[in-house]
Design a protein around this ligand. Structure first.
Ligand code: FAD
Length: 320
């Protein structure tokens, strides 16, 4: 019996969301009186033993080249084998793109109950009950998992990363998983930008900005603050911005410390992807815009007048 945590990596580097999943998994292990172990696939340049500081005692590393890029079927098989060999009863993922691809496949393979989008530690006082957001974040549901193996996919930024002392024992993991059926023939990398899924600060624009030629002020503020840029679906659909920037029900789901929405109405489908942000600032010229109801701070005003003033103020603050 143990808690097994999937450690997500990209090009050999551990993703930030994994630190949160590790801290969460370690706490679940403590709660149910067992130990936490990690599993990571593919070649790594980061020192994985140091991940012990998040509370894991052991890390299983399947280092074959075949695992360098994600094939969710293959990853699910490797993890299923590790669940069998470690006797893990709880498996934790981050509910990011990779977690969303692997966790349901593992669930089907092991016939194990899965709660995706968990936002808190499970309640183990009477069974195993996991809280998650439902109806685009408008309500919470408490889901009871009764299968022998339980899978949790934790929403990013839902649990405080906890660090302590110690390093983990790294053991190599061999797997009977075959060659991935997915062959990556080319990758188109976005460089020089903060990845949206990992960003602490996000500056986002909507149709209120009138056209792609006005995105300079969004980019200027993002650059000054070291933030990522995002947009509404209406903007991406109009080809003003690339689709990978679109957030919401049908786009990316983010939970940064600051979400800065400029000229976005705040439709429920947009809010579904951003309402877990810690602080939301809204600039809209319509005082009745629905986004103001979800905002921590709101400015009723014309973005073309307000944004240059904010940019100037940030510049002044930075040079002071
Ligand atoms: C099934 C489904 C899924 C969807 N998924 C998504 C999704 O994932 N993400 C998403 O974003 N949308 C999604 N939508 C679309 C969503 O319903 C809205 O249509 C969309 O979010 C509107 O984008 P917007 O706020 O940029 O544009 P608009 O609704 O046109 O709003 C523009 C806002 O800008 C303000 N404004 C105008 N001029 C200025 C100015 N000069 N200064 C300041 N403010 C100004 C206006 O007052 C208005 O509030 C989905 C819709 C459906 C049906």
């Amino acid at each position: 019996m143990s808690v097994l945590i999937f450690i997500d990596q990209s090009e050999g580097h551990i993703k930030k969301s994994s630190f949160e999943a590790l801290s969460y998994g370690a706490k679940v292990a403590e709660q149910i009186g067992t130990t936490a172990e990690g599993i990571v696939l593919g070649k790594l340049s980061d020192d994985i033993a140091s991940l012990g500081k998040y509370g894991v005692k052991k890390i299983h590393h399947a280092a074959a080249d075949a695992f360098n890029t994600l094939d969710a079927q293959v990853y699910a098989q490797v993890i299923a084998e590790a669940v069998a060999s470690t006797g893990a009863t709880v498996v934790v993922f981050s509910n990011n793109l990779n977690g969303k691809a692997i966790a349901p496949r593992l669930s089907a393979r092991l016939r194990a109950g899965l709660v995706s989008g968990a936002v808190a530690l499970p309640d183990t006082s009477n069974g195993f009950v996991v809280k998650k957001g439902v109806f685009s974040g408008k309500a919470f549901a408490n889901i009871s998992i009764s299968t022998p193996v339980k899978i949790i996919a934790l929403n990013p930024n839902s649990f405080q990363v906890k660090t302590g002392e110690g390093s983990a024992e790294v053991v190599s993991l061999s797997s009977s998983a075959g060659t991935p059926k997915v062959k990556v023939t080319a990758t188109n990398k976005i460089t020089g930008q903060v990845p949206l899924s990992e960003a602490e600060l996000v500056i986002s624009g909507g149709r209120g900005l009138k056209g792609p030629e006005n995105w300079g002020m969004i980019e200027d503020l993002a650059k000054l603050l070291g933030a990522a840029t995002a947009c509404s679906r209406a903007v991406a659909d109009a080809h003003w911005r690339p689709h990978h920037e679109h957030v919401g029900q049908t786009g990316g789901s983010i939970a940064p410390n600051l979400y800065f929405a400029v000229g976005i109405s705040g439709a429920i489908q947009h809010l579904a992807g951003v309402n877990r942000s810690k602080v939301i600032v809204v600039i809209n010229k319509d005082p009745e815009a629905p986004f103001f109801k979800a905002a921590d701070y709101g400015i009723v005003g014309d973005a073309f007048e307000v944004m240059p003033k904010i940019i100037e103020a940030v510049k002044k603050l930075k040079s002071a």
